[in-house]
Design a protein around this ligand. Structure first.
Ligand code: SF4
Length: 175
């Protein structure tokens, strides 16, 4: 490990590999597909920048909101329909809606990999959710969503925590 940055060289290699793969994938796309891909790439780059070289993480309040957004609260709030069971990491889930796939860095569950606490999607100071759910950047209030895309789960989370609290802990996640 690099003691100055607290960053494993292997992590940096993995990031470089991901960027190289994205470049290759983009070369094979149509113009429309390329636009969507570019948006995803921009979102990925923004998340990586927020993480920085010291593996910064979001606050515990932000992470709690994200966990409930993805996994539900185990009581009245159901898990998100986009949540998919990982085929690679037993007992873990990933987001099937954002297009990031089932990878170590995209797991929504806190897991240990090779004896090390994993840095997953919900740890990034800034990270995107295709439904703009509480805790993610940007969070969009249920009442501001288009009627056809309104989400009862988002309303349940807003009722539980209050919109003001959610906005405070969804601003950038970089508290
Ligand atoms: S769509 Fe959002 S809330 Fe649902 S699993 Fe993906 S990141 Fe989580």
């Amino acid at each position: 490990m690099d003691t100055e940055t607290n960053q494993e060289p292997k992590d940096l290699d993995k990031m470089a590999e991901q960027f190289a793969k994205m470049r290759q994938e983009m070369a094979a796309l149509s113009a429309t597909e390329r636009k969507t891909f570019m948006e995803k790439a921009a979102s990925f780059a923004s998340s990586m920048a927020s993480r920085g070289i010291t593996n910064k993480k979001c606050s515990t309040e932000t992470k709690q909101l994200r966990q409930i957004s993805c996994h539900g609260d185990g009581a009245n709030i159901m898990p998100c329909g986009n949540r998919k069971e990982s085929q690679v990491f037993q007992g873990s889930f990933y987001c099937g809606g954002c297009g990031c796939g089932d990878k170590q860095g995209t797991q929504l569950t806190d897991i240990t990999v090779n004896g090390k606490e994993n840095y997953g999607k919900l740890d990034y100071p800034k990270v995107w959710c295709p439904l703009n759910m509480p805790g993610f950047q940007p969070y969009k209030k249920n009442e501001d969503d288009a009627l056809e895309t309104r989400n009862p789960r988002k309303k349940d989370i807003e009722d539980k925590f209050g919109v003001q609290y959610i906005e405070q802990h969804s601003r950038s996640g970089e508290e």
